[in-house]
Design a protein around this ligand. Structure first.
Ligand SMILES: [Zn+2]
Length: 362
């Protein structure tokens, strides 16, 4: 092992060092005789073993100190062989740099990129949100993508859907977005299905046929679609992330089967939403219904697509826990873009969750 110090800032302050990797976190280290600073300097190039470091610093055993620094997330192992060739290391340079924040001496950044390369995501819908999510997943290096969409490219899509061209108007979105993805990254495995999702069985059949690690649902019609996706995904033990826009409020939520509450838990007890986003409309009959209006503009689809892809990244790599599992994340695009969150509890009697919980327990 060759411990190497990550790129962090060290300031001297009397007998102390003020160290900061993440600007939000400052750590004070006592260093009256300068030993710690010497060690940090020697750790910069990642060419010395723990024994060599101990000799060069002049202490018997450097390992307890290395354990502490590793616990702070400051070290990585420079001797770890890279699993990527020069092309992929260059292509995923920003991803690998971002993953730095989640790595330790025993878990390298390549591990997280490898999980993405071996992952398969099924994306339902290639409209504003779906195409934005697909672009982000391709940039993250998700190795296999399946796109399902029935619609044709229309002129009205161009305010928010940037994977299509004017020459493609009238052509199937699923096929054209698949072309875009293949051109963007020739190593991606991309499949497209021109079809509508009309039942739980439809979603279940797609899951059986494509065996995804994660589903992204970017369709909001008909009203029942969330229950269909939920039932099919939870039964198959496949997590899913859902994004959408309600008037000018962006929202996304996810379900981690058997671990978080599912959509059915919410439907059974809508009045239990903590912050009451639905409380007033529970159980009241709809007496006037107008056609759905899609108000998503490019920036809205882009921000939501990024946030949904970020949640997908959490599920696929587990670099941190999903933040929207059984929980609405809401963004007010008409106001200050502040984020609100509203969780719903799991229902112990939920029939959809029951089998998934048993699977997780086993
Ligand atoms: Zn449930």
């Amino acid at each position: 092992m060759l411990p190497r110090l990550k790129s962090l800032n060290v300031l001297a302050s009397g007998d102390e060092l003020l160290v900061s990797l993440d600007p939000k976190v400052r750590v004070r280290l006592a260093d009256p005789d300068g030993t710690v600073l010497t060690l940090l300097r020697l750790l910069r190039d990642g060419t010395r073993s723990p024994d060599e470091l101990a000799t060069d610093v002049g202490i018997d055993d450097v390992r307890p100190v290395l354990d502490q620094l590793d616990g702070l997330g400051w070290l990585e192992d420079a001797s770890r062989p890279s699993s990527f060739d020069a092309h992929d290391t260059e292509r995923y340079a920003s991803n690998l740099a971002f993953f730095d924040a989640f790595t330790t001496l025993s878990h390298g950044r390549d591990e997280l990129q490898e999980r993405l390369r071996s992952a398969h995501v099924l994306v339902l819908g290639a409209g504003g949100l779906g195409s934005a999510v697909l672009m982000n997943l391709a940039g993250l290096g998700v190795g296999a993508l399946t796109v399902v969409d029935q619609d044709l490219v229309e002129l009205r899509n161009f305010a928010r859907q940037f994977t299509y061209t004017e020459a493609e108007i009238g052509q199937p979105k699923a096929d054209r977005v698949a072309d875009w993805l293949r051109a963007f990254d020739t190593s991606l495995r991309v499949e497209s299905h021109r079809r509508r999702v009309e039942s739980t069985d439809d979603v279940a059949a797609l899951i059986v046929a494509t065996r995804p690690d994660l589903v992204v649902s970017a369709i909001d019609e008909p009203d029942e679609v969330d229950r269909w996706v939920n039932q099919a995904c939870v039964t198959a033990g496949v997590p899913f992330v859902r994004g959408g826009l309600a008037y000018t409020q962006g929202l996304y939520w996810s379900v981690d089967p058997g671990r978080s509450a599912c959509r059915e838990c919410l439907e059974r007890h809508r009045d239990r939403l903590a912050d009451g986003i639905d409380r007033e409309i529970v159980d009241r009959p709809r007496v006037l219904r107008q056609d759905r209006v899609n108000r998503a503009i490019g920036p809205v689809a882009g921000v939501l697509g990024g946030l949904v892809a970020m949640e997908a990244l959490r599920f696929l790599t587990r670099l941190s826990e999903p933040i929207a599992a059984g929980r609405y994340q809401l963004l007010d695009f008409a106001g200050s873009c502040e984020t609100r969150t509203d969780a719903w509890p799991a229902d112990p009697e939920c029939p959809v969750c029951a089998a998934a919980r048993a699977q997780v327990a086993a």
